[in-house]
Design a protein around this ligand. Structure first.
Ligand code: ADP
Ligand code: MG
Length: 246
């Protein structure tokens, strides 16, 4: 991997819903292989920022660049971006009527045109990667929350994304299941998966993140290397937030 190769960039992204200004002039650069952790109070715009990254929400102004190309107003570019981004949500959002492996097989078959057999092989390989191959034929309601979230991660990985976005992936989980999900995320980061994670799990942030971003009221107030951030270099508002969640 070449050093500091930029894969994604937000340039002066702002977002308003009706008259509510939710994001103001957000700038963010994501390099290939980097893991970025995004923190901030509830309502500060973290989810909206993630949704702007994959254009689930179009920014009101500003640009999203993927692999150097402006894609905000380019529908084909936006499609390419979405295919290359995997997203994992707080509530898993698995298809309830499909087994674990069928959840994973669906997009490769439908979107990539993969054969059922190949998609099944990919599904099993990914279930091994998230440590639950024995759960392949179980339905979501037969799985624990931690297992469901790991299926959701495997499902996202099945499209071979270049970037993974996680929106509070462990905040709906019982404490004993948080670790198993964070460990899978850490392993992926270690293997070089580019990731942007909204999480308040600061142990994970210290372990896995290259940079920490702190948001408040729709603005990015801090964007610092992990060591500096936790070493006392974070600005006063970020420090105060940290002291409240640690
Ligand atoms: P966070 O993820 O940091 O808690 P969000 O991005 O979810 O913050 O929300 C930021 C603000 O935007 C909140 O005030 C929220 O109510 C508002 N908001 C988010 N999505 C919408 C929407 N689709 N329509 C209107 N307001 C929204
Ligand atoms: Mg949120």
């Amino acid at each position: 991997m070449s050093a500091d190769e930029k894969i994604l960039e937000l340039v002066n992204v702002s977002k308003t819903f009706d008259r509510l200004q939710v994001l103001t002039d957000c700038n963010l650069r994501v390099n290939k292989g980097q893991t970025i952790v995004l923190i901030g109070p509830s309502g500060s715009g973290k989810s909206t920022l993630l949704r702007c990254i994959n254009l689930l929400e179009p920014p009101t102004s500003g640009g999203v660049l993927f692999e150097g190309r402006e894609i905000t107003d380019d529908p084909r570019g936006a499609d390419r971006l979405r295919r290359n981004i995997g997203m994992v949500f707080q509530n898993f959002e698995l298809f309830q009527h499909l087994s674990a492996i069928e959840n994973i097989m669906l997009a490769p078959m439908k979107v990539l045109g993969m054969s059922r057999k190949d998609a099944h092989d990919v599904g099993l390989e990914l279930l091994r990667k998230v440590h639950i191959p024995e759960r392949a034929d179980h339905f979501p309601d037969e799985l624990s929350g931690g297992q469901q979230q790991r299926v959701a991660i495997a499902r996202a990985l099945a499209m071979r994304p270049k970037i993974m976005l996680y929106d509070e992936p462990t905040s709906a989980l019982d404490p004993e299941m948080i670790r198993e999900v964070l460990d899978v995320m850490s392993d992926l980061s270690q293997e070089g998966m580019t990731s942007v994670c909204v999480t308040h799990e600061m142990g994970f942030a210290r372990r896995a993140a290259d940079r920490i971003i702190f948001m408040e009221e729709g603005r990015i107030l801090e964007n610092a290397p992990t060591e500096a951030f936790f070493g006392g270099d974070a600005n006063a508002r970020a420090q105060k937030f940290l002291s409240q969640i640690l």
